[in-house]
Ligand binder design. Structure first.
Ligand code: PHE
Length: 491
């Protein structure tokens, strides 16, 4: 069999002819990356085997390296004092450490009565004449020579070495590998043609390294859209295809647009701090004509046959500033400020905030999608068919409706979809026909059907995820984010 090996691969094999097994880290005459690459290719071809082992390895600390260079601080002290020197006059780097160790080992004597004169003791003088075992041990570690465990203890205590686990790879040639190593000629290859090769004619004698287009390389993860963003973009496409226009509004909103404008009573529990994030600000109310009409509808019910709430409407309550709890705030801005007229179809995809406990289907901030149709003669049937059409564009046909309550719609309906992974119906949509009290202040006299939904939950269905936390945030599986597939469009 012909192996077509490259220069480094042959070089590595040749090394294995001389030595039975080699630790890859010990190869210093070839670039480590090239060593690893060559060993991977050789192992794949079954010419070598690589054994991996986690081993405790000793490395010199910065202090240890310094000692090899300058000697131990106690030795430096002894050298510095010569026949005796006052403590204050000793000028070495680790003076205090050196004095400490020298005293502890009885190498020096400090004479307090003679202005702290430091002199070498007999032990100290003897010590200076002997070789330093600590420095010796450090040098051995540097050379990779084994030292005894007692010495390891001493060095560790003095923070001169660090011990860490490291993966050691040892390579060994197989029988075929040895045969190939013996039979293959090592030819120096070059990877780049230079002007010199051309001018000297040397190019005729060199061998060019072949490109290896099948060599294993590190996996690359390119940037890609977040799966939830993919769903929201698709939602936008679906709405646009259905003839809707996009609307958007501020995240920081007044209670007026978020609640009062749509006939949510001022004592409604959703307005409390445990449900809504309030900001310590006071906002502006819109045009007085609109404010008066909203106030009138709350107080008396206006002209639409309602009795209203019968309380004194407080504009301070409406001026409170909060983080928008639903995109319906934007819908009402479009009624009151953009003054949209029937027939109209609008949608909004935007962020909302709720002060809620987190669980599999709830987060404190999330996206909301809202759709509305304003036209004469619209009925609950139109609302149901619009919702069904919307979902069918995501391949979801198992839908159930259930009556519900919203202060601003009547009738109101929740839509549930069946989640195969969770094995249960999950609520996706809240919807309804806006109440006359919510529309009167904006002079809208045709029915408006509307729905709000969570794109996160829709994404859970589309990607078959059991929790929104599998889709977003720190508990989300990175590997899935890198590799997820976008389901094909059903339309
Ligand atoms: N605002 C509602 C919610 O946050 C959704 C909704 C929008 C309901 C429009 C009815 C009409 O759940």
């Amino acid at each position: 069999m012909k192996y077509n090996l490259q220069y480094h691969e042959i070089l590595l094999l040749k090394k294995l002819l001389e030595k039975n097994d080699i630790c890859l880290n010990d190869i210093t005459d070839i670039d480590q990356a090239a060593v690893i690459r060559a060993s991977m290719t050789l192992s794949k071809l079954k010419l070598t085997n690589v054994k991996e082992e986690d081993k405790l390895v000793l490395d010199l600390s910065d202090k240890g390296v310094n000692i090899i260079k300058n000697g131990l601080p106690e030795r430096q002290i002894l050298i510095a004092i010569g026949n005796g020197l006052e403590l204050e006059k000793i000028k070495i780097k680790d003076k205090n450490v050196g004095v400490g160790f020298a005293k502890k080992q009885g190498l020096i004597d400090i004479q307090k009565d003679k202005n702290n004169l430091v002199v070498a003791t007999d032990t100290g003088k003897k010590y200076l004449k002997t070789k330093d075992i600590i420095q010796d041990a450090l040098e051995n570690i540097k050379k990779g020579i084994k030292i005894d465990s007692k010495m390891i203890d001493t060095l560790t205590k003095r923070s001169l070495i660090k011990s860490t686990f490291r993966t050691i790879r040892t390579i060994k040639a197989t029988a075929i590998g040895l045969k190939v190593a013996d039979e293959t000629k090592l030819v120096k290859e070059i990877s780049r043609l230079t002007p010199k090769h051309l001018t000297t004619g040397e190019w005729k004698n060199v061998t060019f390294r072949k490109y290896n287009v099948v060599a294993p390389v590190a996996k690359m993860y390119n940037g890609r859209k977040h799966p939830l963003r993919v769903i929201m973009n698709r939602i936008r496409d679906v709405f646009v295809e259905m003839g809707f226009k996009e609307m958007n509004g501020p995240l920081v909103e007044t209670a007026f647009w978020c609640m009062d404008s749509m006939f949510i009573p001022q004592d409604h529990p959703a307005r409390e701090a445990q449900d809504t994030f309030h900001l310590p600000l006071i906002g502006d109310l819109p045009d007085k004509k609109i404010v008066d009409k909203v106030k009138n509808v709350h107080t008396t019910g206006g002209k639409c046959g309602s009795k209203g709430y019968g309380y004194a409407w407080d504009d301070n309550e409406a001026k409170k500033v909060l983080l928008r709890t639903h995109t319906t705030a934007t819908t009402f801005r479009y009624f009151g400020i953009e003054k949209i007229k029937p027939p109209a179809k609008y949608f909004c995809i935007d962020r909302v905030f709720r002060n809620e406990a987190l669980d599999a289907t709830h987060g404190a901030e999330f996206f909301q999608v809202e759709g509305l149709i304003m036209d004469k003669d619209l009925t609950l049937g139109n609302l149901k068919s619009s919702i069904k059409e919307f979902y069918s564009k995501f391949g979801i046909d198992k839908i159930k409706f259930k009556p519900t309550y919203n202060p601003y719609t009547e009738p109101s309906m929740e839509a549930f979809a069946y989640h195969e992974g969770l094995g249960k119906w999950i609520e996706l949509i809240n919807s309804g026909i806006f109440r006359p009290e919510a529309l009167e202040p904006f002079n809208i006299d045709v029915p408006v059907i509307a729905w709000g939904l969570s794109p996160e939950r829709l994404a859970m269905l589309v990607y078959n995820k059991n929790s929104i936390h599998d889709l977003l945030g720190p508990t989300c599986d990175l590997e899935w984010l890198r590799t997820y597939k976008v389901p094909k469009r059903e339309i």
